[in-house]
Design a protein around this ligand. Structure first.
Ligand SMILES: [Zn+2]
Length: 284
């Protein structure tokens, strides 16, 4: 009889301890799931910070680059009087011109797209890298304009070498991720020299289409990279003349070394578009 009581007691203890064990492991499991969920939420928040090409906070300033690409391809620049200008700066960042450009954009509360070139960013060291971060933080869009910008590598005999081109753009993309964070991505590219200038671009077009990417040229420019060197007033006059009678304007300028006059011309250029009712947008 005494033994029976003892056995029951032992059995009860086993059930109790087993139950407690289960409760502990259940709680541990819940805790593990919670930590995992928090980790995932953090990653998602980090990803959301960077939508394609610009920070998520700057989404309101951005516009579908694919639509603009189609318009450029078909020379459709009218938009029922609804005017939009895309200020674009190529070949940066530079430690000499980019700071002035950023200052003017901020003072005027407008946003631009920077088609950056990795070799120039690396040339400018930490300062250039900080400027790239500043561009993103201040609501501008960042697009890929190759690492080397070397025509001979990208287009030997004026004809696209797709593998070399892709490797060069991938190298730049990796650099952008190294500087801006691994979740940064852009689907917008600009071919050095312009897509319009080279032969054998079909392979690239197929690749871009398949990967939901877009190559953007321009339909207006200030000619800061063509012909004789110009002063600020000449650059703004040309940009304004080139943009006349276009509802949709994609304006090519440069913020690389030696383009100080472009930075000086920028206030006048922005004024023209503001006075004429243009909305300033970035490409994403
Ligand atoms: Zn360029």
């Amino acid at each position: 009889m005494k033994n029976k009581k003892l056995i029951i007691l032992i059995l009860a203890l086993i059930v109790l301890i087993g139950g407690t064990g289960k409760t502990i492991s259940y709680m541990q499991e819940q805790k593990r799931i919670k930590i995992e969920q928090e980790k995932q939420a953090k990653i998602e928040a980090e990803k959301r910070k960077y939508m394609i090409g610009c920070s998520n906070d700057a989404k309101q300033f951005s516009y579908d680059a694919k639509e603009i690409g189609k318009r450029l391809d078909s020379y459709k620049y009218s938009n029922d009087g609804k005017k939009m200008v895309f200020l674009t700066f190529d070949d940066g960042t530079s430690t000499t011109v980019t700071p002035q450009v950023l200052k003017t954009l901020k003072e005027n509360d407008v946003h631009a797209t920077f088609f950056v070139t990795g070799s120039n960013i690396e040339k400018g060291g930490e300062k250039a890298k900080d400027l790239l971060k500043q561009e993103l933080a201040e609501g501008h869009a960042i697009a890929n304009h190759s690492y080397s910008h070397d025509y001979k590598t990208l287009y030997p005999n004026r004809t696209l070498d797709f593998n070399a081109f892709k490797a060069d753009f991938d190298k730049n993309d990796k650099l952008l991720k190294d500087i801006l964070g691994k979740y940064f991505s852009t689907r917008v590219i600009r071919c050095p020299g312009g897509h319009m200038s080279w032969k054998g671009m079909d392979t690239l077009d197929t690749y871009l289409e398949k990967n939901n990417m877009v190559s953007i040229d321009w339909n207006s420019l200030n000619q800061d990279a063509e012909g004789p060197k110009k002063v600020a007033s000449q650059l703004s006059d040309i940009a304004i003349k080139e943009s006349k009678d276009k509802d949709i304007v994609v304006l090519l300028m440069h913020d690389t070394y030696g383009k100080e006059e472009t930075a000086k011309a920028l206030p006048q250029i922005i004024k023209y578009f503001k006075d004429n009712g243009y909305e300033f947008k970035t490409l994403r």
